[in-house]
Ligand binder design. Structure first.
Ligand SMILES: Nc1ncnc2c1ncn2[C@@H]1O[C@H](COP(=O)(O)OP(=O)(O)OP(=O)(O)O)[C@@H](O)[C@H]1O
Ligand SMILES: [Mg+2]
Length: 282
């Protein structure tokens, strides 16, 4: 068992530049984070701040222009081909839209078994592993004979989670995995993420624009603004008493269930806006 204090993943001074070098667009400007085994690290920030780019760089889907990504002691910054296929066993992904990531022409059982049979597992072993994962994400056993279109959004996201889990990864990059779901379904899928983490100790990089969601599920949270991390710390602290003004603004903009707290936040928000306007005039 790895030391729980040794990070499973380390991202150091990561720069991602899209397009050709020199003329391209710099989406990340020297981002550093680490994720420990069994830890959930949230990434929040407004649209376009670079959250997905960070997840994609870890998955090998965005170019690493500078800096270093280390997974379990291995430099994976520029891993390609066979190395990436090997890493796919350990680093998996759940995206926002399970429609786009589940092949509509395949039965769910085959979708879930495919990563295993491609990796050389026997049909019997794959079938057992799939049955176990279906149970783990609380879907009925009959799910395996049906097609993705026959399920609701929340159920499809459970299927996507089962597929991410089936090879027993150590890290799952979750990119807005509950953002497309209604609030009730969102809540049950978040519970599922928490339960899975408690049971099997997988780590998550959990990208979300919703502070309420990261507060519930994450141990630590990184706040991104224009391709930089402006604050990285304990989730309870960052989502209640942030240090950086930008995090404070995000917090003020996030809806809370308590109407009194909501009214207070609106007040604070208006006061900040007035300060901004005054500063703009000056
Ligand atoms: N493949 C790409 N090629 C060029 N530019 C890109 C590419 N992907 C993202 N970008 C740009 O990089 C910046 C960061 O995008 P990214 O998708 O990481 O943001 P995000 O924080 O995930 O936003 P959202 O909350 O809307 O998903 C944006 O300005 C975006 O336009
Ligand atoms: Mg995104």
């Amino acid at each position: 068992m790895a030391d729980v204090n040794t990070p499973l993943l380390t991202v150091e001074d990561l720069v991602v530049e899209y397009g050709s070098r020199g003329k391209g667009f710099r989406a990340l400007h020297g981002v550093s984070i680490d994720i420990k085994p069994g830890e959930c690290v949230g990434v929040v920030g407004e649209s376009g701040s670079g959250k997905s780019t960070l997840g994609n760089a870890i998955l090998g889907l965005a170019p690493v222009t500078e800096g270093k990504i280390t997974f379990d002691g291995e430099d994976i910054s520029h891993a390609k081909g066979a190395d990436r296929r090997r890493l796919a066993k350990s680093i998996q992904v759940v995206f926002q839209d399970p429609y786009g990531s589940l092949d509509p022409t395949m039965r769910v059982g085959d979708i879930l078994a495919e990563p295993l049979t491609v990796a050389g597992e026997s049909k019997d072993k794959a079938r057992d592993a799939v049955a176990e994962m279906i149970e783990r994400v609380h879907l009925p056993a009959g799910t395996i004979d049906r097609y993705p279109s026959e399920f609701s959004g929340g159920q499809r996201q459970r299927i996507a989670i089962a597929r991410a889990l089936v090879r027993r990864p150590r890290l799952i990059v979750c990119d807005e995995p509950v953002s497309a779901l209604d609030l009730t379904t969102q809540s049950t899928v978040i519970d599922l993420f928490i339960e899975i983490q408690r049971d099997i100790g997988v780590s998550y990089l959990f990208v979300s624009h919703d502070l309420g969601v990261v507060r519930r599920i994450c141990h630590r949270v990184a706040v991104m603004q224009r391709g930089e991390i402006v604050e990285f710390g304990d989730a309870a602290m960052v989502t209640s008493e942030p240090e950086h003004p930008y995090s404070a603004r995000l917090l003020l903009a996030s809806p809370v269930a308590d109407p009194a707290a909501q009214a207070q936040r609106r007040q604070n928000w208006l006061a900040l806006r007035e300060e901004d306007n005054a500063a703009a005039v000056r």
